[in-house]
Design a protein around this ligand. Structure first.
Ligand SMILES: Nc1ncnc2c1ncn2[C@@H]1O[C@H](COP(=O)(O)OP(=O)(O)OP(=O)(O)O)[C@@H](O)[C@H]1O
Length: 585
C-alpha cells in the first residue's frame, strides 16, 4: 500500500464528497436490509393466520403495511444506490483526471534522454492503462468495501439477535467463497495481463504495417505480413481462450457456494424450527435472503483485494516516472532577456545513452545578429551543436555561453522562447496548415501567418490546395511533399520572430532555385538575429558571416566563404564539386 499513498492528497482534496458518498452508501444498504426482515415478518403473519392466532382483518392490515414498507424501503435504497455511484464513482473519475494531468505535466518537463530510454508505448500505457487500474481502487474498491462493511454489520447484528447458532452455520461457507474468489481473480488478472500484452503486440504490428504500407507494397511483401499477422492473431486467440476458461469458473463457483449456504439455512433452520429453537418460520425466509445478499459482497472482498493489488502495482509504475527528476533544470527563476551572442568554449559532448562522443573540443563565437554556417559530413556533430544551444542536453566539458553567461544559468523558458528552431525532420501535427504555422506564435494574425508562409516560399503551394490554410495535414489529411513540409516548418519558426534562429539542414529537400529565394528572404528577416544554418550545401553557407566545418566532432576549418574557397580543404572541395554539378544542370 506504500505506492498508493501518493493518492492521499487527492483523497484529501475530495474529502467532503467522499464523506457524503460513504454516508449515502451506508444509508442505501441500511434500507436495502429492511427487505429480509419485512419478508420474514410477512411470512410470520401468514403463519399466524393459518394457525388462527390472528383475525382476517389484522392479517390483511399487517400484510398491507409490510408490503408498503417493502416498496418504500426498496425505492429509498434504489435512490441512494444511484446517489452512491454518482458520488463515489464521480470522485474516482475526478482523481483519474487529476492524476493523468499530473503525469502529463511531469512528462513535459522530463528531458530528451528520458524519452529515449523509455518506449513511447510504455509512456502511453502508464498514463492510460495504469491510471485506469488505479481508478478502480479509488472508485469501485472503496465503494464495494463500504458496501460490504455496512451490509455485514447491519445484517449480522440482526441475524445474531434472532438466531445466533443458525447465523454461525450460515456464514461458514462465506470465507471459503472469499478466498476462492481472491485466488480466481488473481488468476484472471494474470491471464488478462497476458491478453493485454498480446493485444498491444498485435496492434503495434498492425499500426506499423499500415504506416509503412507503401514500403510493404513496393517490396511486394504483403503475403509475409499477412502470415505474421495470422501468427500473432492465433497467439492472441489462444490467450483469450485461456482467459475465458478461468472467467467461466467465476459464476458457477458463486452459485455453488450460495447453494450450499441456502441448503444449510433450510436444513439447520428447519431442524431448529422443528425443535422449537427458532420461534418463527419467517426467520428462515429472512435468513435465506440475507445469505443471498451477503454472498456477493463476500465474493467482492476477494475481487477488491486483487483490485487493490493491481492498483498498487500500477501506482508503483506511475510513481517510478513521477519520481524521475528532469535532467535539465531551470536554475533562474527570473526571466532573462536574450540578446543572442553565442559562444562555445572547448565544448566536448558525449551522448549519455550511446556513449558516442559527438563533439570534441569545439570552440566558436558568434555575436548577436551574425550568421554562422556549419558544414560537415553526416554524423560530424552539426545537429548536436544546435541541440546544445537549445539546452536539450547539459554538457560536462567546456562551456556554452549565451550573452556571455553560462547557458545553464539562464532562465530556461526565456532561452527556449528566444529560439526559432527548424529541425532536420520537419514534424507537423495532424491539424490545419494555419495552426501548424501558428504553433510558433499562438496569437498570430492571419496576415502574419501568410507573411511567414510567403517568406518561407510555401504560400503559393498552400493557396493551391482546395481549403488553403485550413487544409488538414497528417493521417486523415493531405500529405505534403518533403520540401513543402520543410518550408511550413520554416514558416513556423520565423513567425515567432525569435532572437536566435537555428536551421538544421532544413532546405535539403528543396531545389536550389527555391533554396536561393528562401535564403534571400531569410537574409532580410535575420538581419539583426543570430542565425545558425546547418547544411550540406555551399549555397546555403556562402552568405554567412562565419563558416565552420566539422569532421568527426572536431572543427577542421573556420573562416568566411572567400577565405575558405581559397584554402585547400573540405570546403573548397565541396564548393568545386557543387559548382560543377550546378554547371552540369
Ligand atoms: N540523440 C542522440 N543520441 C545518441 N547519439 C546521437 C544522438 N544524436 C546524434 N547522435 C550521434 O552523435 C553523432 C553526431 O550526430 P549529429 O546528428 O550531431 O550529426 P550531424 O552532423 O548533424 O549529422 P547529419 O548531417 O547526418 O544530420 C553521430 O555519431 C550520431 O550517431
Amino acid at each position: 500500500m506504500k505506492a498508493l499513498k501518493h493518492l492521499n492528497k487527492y483523497f484529501f482534496k475530495y474529502r467532503y464528497r467522499l464523506i457524503v458518498g460513504i454516508i449515502i452508501t451506508i444509508v442505501a444498504k441500511v434500507f436495502a436490509l429492511f427487505t429480509p426482515r419485512l419478508v420474514g415478518a410477512s411470512i410470520n403473519v401468514v403463519s399466524d393466520r393459518l394457525e388462527g392466532k390472528i383475525t382476517q382483518e389484522v392479517f390483511r392490515a399487517e400484510l398491507m403495511t409490510n408490503i408498503l414498507y417493502l416498496i418504500g424501503a426498496a425505492v429509498i435504497a434504489g435512490i441512494f444506490t444511484f446517489l452512491m455511484r454518482q458520488t463515489i464513482i464521480n470522485v474516482s473519475r475526478h482523481i483519474e483526471y487529476d492524476l493523468k494531468n499530473e503525469i502529463y505535466q511531469h512528462y513535459q518537463i522530463l528531458s530528451l534522454n528520458f524519452y529515449k530510454s523509455n518506449r513511447t508505448g510504455d509512456l502511453m500505457n502508464r498514463i492510460s492503462e495504469d491510471v485506469g487500474k488505479v481508478r478502480m481502487y479509488v472508485g469501485p474498491a472503496i465503494m464495494y468495501t463500504m458496501n460490504t462493511i455496512t451490509l455485514f454489520t447491519v445484517a449480522i447484528i440482526y441475524m445474531v439477535n434472532t438466531a445466533p447458532k443458525l447465523t454461525m452455520y450460515t456464514l461458514l461457507p462465506l470465507p471459503i467463497l472469499s478466498v476462492a474468489i481472491y485466488k480466481l481473480s488473481k488468476l484472471i488478472n494474470k491471464r488478462s495481463t497476458i491478453v493485454q500484452q498480446s493485444l498491444s503486440t498485435l496492434s503495434t504490428y498492425t499500426q506499423e504495417t499500415f504506416s509503412g504500407i507503401s514500403v510493404i507494397k513496393s517490396y511486394g511483401i504483403e503475403p509475409q505480413t499477412s502470415t505474421e499477422f495470422d501468427d500473432l492473431s492465433a497467439q492472441n486467440r489462444q490467450k483469450q481462450i485461456n482467459l475465458t476458461k478461468v472467467q467461466a469458473l467465476f459464476f458457477p463457483m458463486m452459485i455453488l457456494l450460495i447453494g450450499i449456504s441456502n441448503l444449510i439455512v433450510v436444513y439447520i433452520g428447519g431442524t431448529q424450527y422443528m425443535n422449537g429453537e427458532i420461534e418463527n418460520i419467517g426467520t428462515i425466509a429472512a435468513f435465506l435472503i440475507y445469505v443471498n445478499m451477503l454472498t456477493w459482497p463476500v465474493a467482492i472482498v476477494g475481487w477488491v483485494t486483487s483490485l487493490v493489488q493491481q492498483a498498487e502495482a500500477s501506482q508503483e509504475r506511475i510513481n517510478e516516472f513521477l519520481n524521475t527528476e528532469p535532467e535539465i533544470r531551470n536554475k533562474a527563476n527570473e526571466l532573462t532577456p536574450i540578446k543572442g551572442d553565442i559562444e562555445f568554449k572547448n565544448v566536448s559532448f558525449v551522448y549519455p545513452d550511446t556513449n558516442i562522443e559527438a563533439l570534441k573540443n569545439v570552440s566558436f563565437k558568434l555575436n548577436s545578429g551574425e550568421t554562422l554556417a556549419i558544414l560537415g559530413k553526416t554524423g560530424s556533430g552539426k545537429s548536436t551543436i544546435l541541440d546544445l544551444i537549445g539546452r536539450l542536453y547539459d554538457i560536462d566539458h567546456g562551456q556554452v555561453l549565451v550573452d556571455d553567461k553560462i547557458i545553464s544559468e539562464l532562465n530556461l523558458h526565456s532561452l527556449r522562447e528566444s529560439i526559432g528552431y527548424v529541425p532536420q525532420d520537419a514534424f507537423l501535427f495532424s491539424d490545419t496548415i494555419k495552426n501548424n504555422i501558428k504553433f510558433g506564435k499562438e496569437d498570430a494574425t492571419d496576415e502574419e501567418v501568410i507573411e511567414a508562409a510567403q517568406n518561407a516560399r510555401v504560400h503559393k503551394n498552400i493557396i493551391g490546395f482546395n481549403k488553403g490554410y485550413e487544409t488538414i495535414l497528417g493521417e486523415r489529411g493531405i500529405t505534403l511533399s518533403g520540401g513543402q513540409k520543410q518550408r511550413v516548418s520554416i514558416a513556423r519558426a520565423i513567425i515567432k520572430k525569435p532572437d536566435i534562429l537555428l536551421f538544421d539542414d532544413c532546405l535539403s529537400a528543396v531545389d536550389t532555385e527555391t533554396e536561393e529565394k528562401i535564403l534571400k528572404n531569410l537574409v532580410k528577416l535575420t538581419k539583426d538575429k543570430t542565425t545558425i544554418i546547418v547544411s550540406h550545401r555551399v549555397s546555403s553557407a556562402k552568405n554567412a558571416d562565419k563558416i565552420i566545418v566539422l569532421e568527426d566532432g572536431k572543427v577542421i576549418q573556420t573562416g568566411t566563404h572567400e577565405t575558405l574557397i581559397n584554402t585547400d580543404g573540405y570546403y573548397k572541395e565541396l564548393y568545386t564539386k557543387q559548382l560543377s554539378e550546378k554547371e552540369m544542370q
